[in-house]
Design a protein around this ligand. Structure first.
Ligand code: DAH
Length: 340
């Protein structure tokens, strides 16, 4: 029988072949495709035939090889999916460990800060990110020439009327006071925007949490007690606070709160060897602000405070660069997965 005839015969044979299970697949492979298989023999014989026959016979031989390989692959695929089904039902196999997702450190911080204040009877309030001049500046007692009203510090959407991206969550306290009558006890988390260069320490988008308490006879001592409780809950029972005099247009008097550093006052890079870390601004709500929001400043007084969420997260989780918080690199986010 000539080589061509052999090829045609085997091709015919393959047309009629059905391979059903893994034993048959192996048998098929050995018979046709292995080193000692039929196809290899044919290729060996091909080397010996006359040159003028090579073209036609070579094409047929290649077609045969394609056909055999195809049959083999198809059979393998269809039985391997059957095998998989079999594995899925094997209850003796150990289970697959699903990778855990994680909460974003900013979400974790907001949740934990909310939790602490909810326990003290505070409610949660929110407000719009796109604001007007009144809620961000005017009602909060910012004088007309204040630098925050400058395009260099604030992202304006339109001028006259001034529509802008809020630069702090203090705008929410204005909205709450306009709507609600005292007693008011609320915290306001949210995203804020400032026209600042992005660096390891500052970003043009970040989050703040504002606190507001308005009632009769609210005093600075109430503010201090609340913040001390918060600091101990947040940073640990041994934490101490100190209030340094400061200035904000919307509070009088105003203060900046520091907490004792985790180095225990020994001095480290984080606290720049002072033993203290600055965590928020606070003060007694200026009577002008109460009046601007329709609250009688002779009857009511109150305190307010505001903190940066990213800054708190950086202190708590020892994050050295604020940009990491916004890049969403999985290698960074994965580290918070135990903190569900
Ligand atoms: N709004 C201030 C800021 O963005 C933070 C702040 C300071 C809020 C003092 C307050 C406060 O309510 O009393 O820097």
């Amino acid at each position: 029988m000539s080589l061509q005839e052999k090829i045609e015969q085997i091709y015919q044979e393959l047309e009629e072949t059905k391979v059903k299970n893994s034993a048959e697949i192996e048998e098929f492979r050995l018979k046709y495709l292995s080193k000692k298989g039929l196809l290899n023999d044919l290729f060996e014989e091909f080397k010996t035939i006359a040159v003028e026959k090579k073209k036609e016979t070579g094409q047929k031989l290649n077609a045969l090889k394609v056909k055999a390989t195809q049959l083999f692959e198809e059979a393998k695929n269809s039985t391997s999916s059957g095998d998989e089904q079999h594995t899925a039902n094997d209850l003796s196999l150990p289970g697959e460990i699903l990778p855990l997702g994680s909460r974003h450190p900013v979400s974790l911080m907001i949740r934990d800060i909310k939790d602490i204040f909810l326990r003290l009877g505070f409610t949660i309030s929110e407000g719009p990110e796109i604001e007007d001049d009144w809620h961000v500046f005017s009602a909060l007692n910012f004088p007309p020439e204040h630098p925050a009203r400058d395009m260099q510090d604030t992202f304006f959407i339109t001028k006259d009327p001034d529509i802008l991206l809020r630069t702090h969550t203090s705008s929410i306290q204005v909205r709450v006071m306009e709507k609600q009558k005292p007693p008011i006890r609320t915290i306001c988390p949210g995203r804020v925007f400032r026209n600042e260069a992005i660096s390891a320490r500052s970003h043009c988008i970040f989050h703040q949490i504002e606190g507001l308490y308005i009632d009769r006879n609210v005093s600075f001592a109430d503010l201090k007690q609340t913040l001390l409780f918060f600091a101990k809950e947040m940073f640990g029972e041994e934490t101490q606070i100190r209030l340094r005099p400061s200035f904000f247009p919307f509070t009088e008097p105003s203060a900046e709160m520091d907490v004792t550093c985790t180095c225990g006052g020994k001095g480290c890079n984080l606290c720049k060897h002072t033993g203290w870390l600055e965590v928020m601004g606070c003060g007694m709500v200026d009577p002008n602000v109460l009046e601007a929001c329709g609250i009688d400043s002779k009857e009511f007084s109150g305190y307010a405070f505001g903190m940066g969420v990213e800054r708190m997260a950086m202190l708590r989780y020892n994050i050295k660069d604020i940009r990491l918080i916004f890049e969403n690199d999985v290698r960074f986010l994965k580290q918070f997965s135990s903190n569900l």
